[in-house]
Design a protein around this ligand. Structure first.
Ligand code: AGP
Length: 612
């Protein structure tokens, strides 16, 4: 979704801003723009289309300003068009604003401003912000710190979510930023400061960051940053060192980020396991520190998330129920938040989000906290919004995930949730130790086994070549294999635009089998020894009706029945999704490549969905 970059310092701002926007391209966007301070006036250059189009805009090379703001827009209010792109300015061209989020009461504020003589050039909700700031600024004549106060008053009128950067023509050495329910970080340099919605955009300039909380404002100059809370009381913030490797945000010789991230999985899983699990030791979640008494208080567990993160929850539900004997409900955050879920002080709610900025997941978390639940956030992004709301946070440590289609974050989420399950089971002594030990041993072997899966992708590539022109592809599985089917199907839809469905194999005869016709592609996942025979029978039913089949398995099956079989290493069935998804991530990737599509930035999608 929309991305923000800002710079204030001694260097020419525009190349830094454009460089930052290029690094934010992965978020998904349809237009881009920058605004810089030029000898007493505010320049504003923007257009729909790609960030690189900014290089062609007349006058962009002559921008000399050392303070500027920049934006990539993902249209919500008003179609992708130059006039709807950010930055937006007020009617007197005194204020320039970029904004991420949605202003829910913008119609009302637009009417108010129109009644006060303002007019609008765009269909956006954002354009009210610079005008509202101007409105308050003119009323503050003679007061101290007019710019900061005007931004603060304008923010007070906004309902919804925002992360904003504001420049003021009359205060050319200051930038004001503010956030509510939309991410914003400030990177600190020497005689220069950076702002961004995402750490990777400015990671090559600094590793020292301040993270803004909801309602916070900050006033920046080259050398100073002052922070304020929502009542404009000065506050102090802790500087955080983010030790992500810059190269982790680069393609490192891979053609696409997605491919790189698929191949990074041995490493990311190792990092996720980290010091939480060592051979012959108990699983370590000192940072959570639950006792047997705490755990015994929970009578149900919710795993709440969206998309792939929700699929990670589905993959771990069977293990959590089996080892902890507590009912587990996996829910889609956007459904959960509006369903008046039955939560109270005896409920444990676990929120899973790679970005930690997914609007629905954050709202669901806030709701459950209000109803007294204990909350745990699982995120990949240090300091992300979800981590600041939850009672406890655990990080996946998968490293930055740039491709829109999530791959390594999914396998890390399953790994971390599995570790957490084992920890609960050990603390509450709710499962036999040999069952726990087997899963622990298998978890430690995962990096090696993933490396084995990744050794040869030629069969997958060939099968992708055979079927890339298909209109529909189906995935079948039972148990955890069904949860992997759902994730594999989502991956395929996202980046290949092929219609795809995942079905629990046993459900086939209850309807979906009507869709099976001669030549259709069906992918079966068979890793659970207790269910393999049943799934084989279901696959036989589709083969009889003319389906082409690709099987991902670690079981001994009669391979001659199928068009292609990908054999993966054996492991404990509860964690097999971490291995079985990998060939299917590659399958989607190669189909997308065959079709000549933009793998990392699929149409209509955004990396973090910061609006409802
Ligand atoms: C994954 O490939 C998707 N792009 C999407 O489903 C994603 O998992 C979902 O939007 C949740 O994102 P989050 O993990 O950042 O909350």
């Amino acid at each position: 979704m929309c991305g923000i970059v800002g710079y204030i310092g001694t260097k020419k701002a525009s190349p830094i801003l454009i460089d930052g926007l290029l690094k934010l391209e992965y978020r998904g966007y349809d237009s881009a723009g920058i605004s810089t301070m030029e000898h007493g006036y505010l320049s504003n250059m923007k257009d729909k289309g790609r960030v690189k189009n900014l290089y062609n805009l007349e006058g962009i090379d002559s921008l000399e300003g050392t303070i500027g703001i920049a934006h990539t827009r993902w249209a919500t209010h008003g179609k992708p068009a130059k006039e709807n792109s950010h930055p937006h300015m007020d009617n007197s061209n005194s204020f320039s604003v970029v904004h991420n989020g949605i202003i829910e009461n913008y119609q009302e504020l637009r009417e108010f401003l129109t009644n006060n003589g303002y007019h609008f050039l765009s269909q956006t909700d954002t354009e009210i912000i610079p005008n509202l700031i101007h409105y308050y600024y003119t009323k503050l004549e003679g007061s101290n710190d007019k710019f900061l106060q005007a931004v603060h008053q304008a923010c007070g009128d906004l309902k919804g979510s925002y992360a904003i950067e504001v420049l003021c023509k009359d205060e050319p050495e200051t930038m004001i930023v503010a956030r509510k329910d939309s991410p914003l970080v400030i990177g600190v340099g020497k005689e220069e400061n950076y702002v961004s919605s995402d750490i990777p955009a400015i990671l090559s300039y600094t590793k020292d960051f301040y993270l803004l909380n909801d309602g916070d404002l900050a006033k920046l100059s080259n050398t100073d940053i002052s922070f304020y809370d929502s009542s404009l009381t000065p506050i102090t913030k802790e500087l955080k060192n983010i030790d992500w490797d810059v190269s982790a945000c680069e393609k490192d010789g891979y053609e696409d980020f997605m491919l790189k991230e698929i191949y990074e999985q041995p490493k990311s899983i190792r990092e996720t396991i980290g010091s939480r699990l060592k051979k012959n030791e108990k699983v370590n979640f000192e940072d959570i520190g639950f006792t047997k008494e705490t755990l015994s208080k929970f009578n149900k567990i919710y795993l709440v998330a969206c998309g792939t993160a929700m699929h990670a929850g589905l993959a771990v539900k069977p293990l959590l129920e089996r080892l902890c004997h507590i009912p587990v409900i996996v829910d889609i955050a956007s459904e959960f938040r509006y369903r008046e879920p039955l939560i109270d002080a005896n409920t444990l709610c676990i929120y899973i989000s790679q970005s930690g900025e997914t609007a629905d997941t954050i709202a669901a978390l806030k709701l459950s906290k209000k109803q007294g639940a204990t909350t745990i956030a699982i995120s990949n992004v240090i300091g992300s919004s979800i981590t600041r709301e939850a009672d406890f946070t655990i990080y996946t440590h998968a490293g930055p995930e740039i491709a829109v289609a999530s791959t390594k974050a999914y396998t890390s989420q399953i790994t971390l949730l599995t570790l957490l399950t084992l920890y609960f089971a050990e603390v509450s002594e709710s499962a036999p130790t040999d069952v726990i030990s087997d899963i622990k041993d298998e978890l430690l072997l995962l990096p090696e086994k993933i490396t084995e899966v990744l050794k040869d992708d030629s069969k997958i590539k060939e099968f992708a070549h055979k079927v890339y022109e298909e209109k529909d592809i189906f995935f079948l599985g039972r148990g955890t294999d069904y949860t992997v089917s759902m994730e594999a199907s989502l991956k395929l839809k996202e980046i290949s635009y092929i219609h795809s469905e995942a079905y629990a194999a046993g459900e086939l005869k209850h309807g979906p089998i009507a869709l099976i016709e001669n030549g259709i592609t069906v992918i079966g996942i068979l890793t659970d020894p207790t269910l393999v025979e049943k799934s084989v029978s279901n696959l036989q039913e589709v083969i009889t009706r003319g389906a082409k089949t690709l099987i991902v398995t670690n079981q001994e099956i009669n391979q001659t029945n199928y068009d292609e079989v990908i054999t993966i290493p054996n492991t404990n069935p509860f964690i097999s999704p971490i291995l079985s998804i990998i060939p299917l991530q590659l399958f989607s990737y190669y189909i997308s490549k065959e079709k000549g599509l933009d793998v990392d930035k699929p149409r209509n999608l955004a990396k973090s969905v910061t609006v409802e």
